[in-house]
Structures are given as structure tokens and as C-alpha cells.
Write a protein that binds this ligand. Sequence first.
Ligand SMILES: [Zn+2]
Ligand SMILES: [Zn+2]
Length: 269
Amino acid sequence: MQVVSPLAAAQPLWLVLVSNFVTQAIAYFTVVSIVYVVVWRWGRERFRRARIPTTARADRAQFRREITNTFVTLLLGMLSAGSVLALYASGRTRLHNNPTSPLAIAAWIVGALLFNDLWFYCWHRLLHHPRIYRYVHAVHHRSIDVTPFSSYSFHAVEAVLLGAWIVPAAIWLPMPMAALGALQVIGLANNVMSHLGYEFVPRWVLRVPLLRWTNTATFHSLHHRDLRGNFGLHSRIWDKLFGTELPDYERVFVTRSDDATTTRDERAE
Ligand SMILES: [Zn+2]
Ligand SMILES: [Zn+2]
């Protein structure tokens, strides 16, 4: 999701969109590169136990492909950003700048995330339909061993569909503008976390009533390993509700790469 500040509405639309694209691209590649260097390079041995088991390993060609696709995704994200900006300028959204308590802003963020999650879940399941999968969503799934650069590696059609949720949200939901900025940051963080390839969320999360239903790196990595389930973006809620959660999720989340990387000596202890 990409959002343009309505404060910039006095400038020509094309200028707002170009500067927004440049800002988005710089911010995205800075964050993802730092995460990659810290986790995948510096942490390669240090985080060995957090590595999520996978049936393939990322190579240079995958990284090149992911970076190219990401530019297309960011570019097409301007369509939804431009739509929200144009709708806001003509008074056709319910977005507002009225004073709102922090608690109300937090509630709007959670509500919008659930809406975004349901939007993603529905499109994602449709894109997995055997008749259309190979034409669009297969691009994202060429990455079996997901990397932080997989986060926005989509086919052009998917890039438009997944970013478009913000348009109905802006039209239907009377959200405070402050929530939009937070949603943008959370969306990016969640995408990178989902494609990290390493699991840093502690095992005890599964014992915490609300937290246990949030998405994890393991949850989405399993989707890339086995295309038949775990379609959610931010949570496990819709997969649980519609019976599409992969049955070994909690087991893999708890064991992580222990089985795959623990040495014989360590196992014997
Ligand atoms: Zn998928
Ligand atoms: Zn993915």
C-alpha cells in the first residue's frame, strides 16, 4: 500500500506521484537492504537456528528477478496512491484530520488491517485458482526460499490488485489520516517479516490468546513451500475461519530449523 499525503495536494498530481515513487523506492530498498545484510549476511551463522527449513536455496538470478519485479510493483502502486489523492481532493473519501484519541487511532489501524487482510486473502486464494495461477501469481512463487527482496516481487496485475485495497478503505472507512501513515509502515514491516526466511518470533507467542493469531515468517514461508494453504497477510484468522491453514504450521513454528541444522552431536546431548 502506498499513500500520498493530502497536504501535497496543492502540487501537480504527477509531481506528487513521482516524488512519492522516489521516496517509496529509496525507503523500501534501504530497509530491505539493511535487513538482508544484518539477517542473511551478518547473521548467517549467528541466526542458524532461526532459519526456516526450505526445499530450495535463493540464488543470484532470484535476487535479480525480485528487484526488477519490485520496481514494477512500486511504480504501479502509484495508481492506488493517485486514486486516493484524487478522491480525497474531490471530497469523495471519508478520510479526515479531526482530532482523534490515540486509542481510536489504534482501533482504526487494527480495523483497517483486518480489512486489508481479508482483501488480500480473497484475491490471494483466487490467484491460486489452477486456471489462472500460472499467469499471474506464479511470478511471486518463483521464490521458494523467500528473501527480504521477495516482499514486493509480484506480477504487474497482482501489484495493482493487492495495493488497491486502500481505495475502498478510503471511500468507506472514516479513518483519521494519522492511521494511514501507520498502516504504510506496518504493511512494509509485515511484508518484509513474512519473507524473512528466519523466525525470530518467540515460541511462547502460541500461548498468548490474541498474539497467537498474528502472521509469522514461518506461516508465510510454509505457503511458499506448499501452495495449498496459509493465504493470510497479517493474521491466521481468515485461514482458520475458512479451513485453509496448513496443518503443520504450529509444529514447524515451534521446531524451526532445529531438525534441519542441528548437528548430530548436538542432537545426541
Ligand atoms: Zn500465494
Ligand atoms: Zn510471499
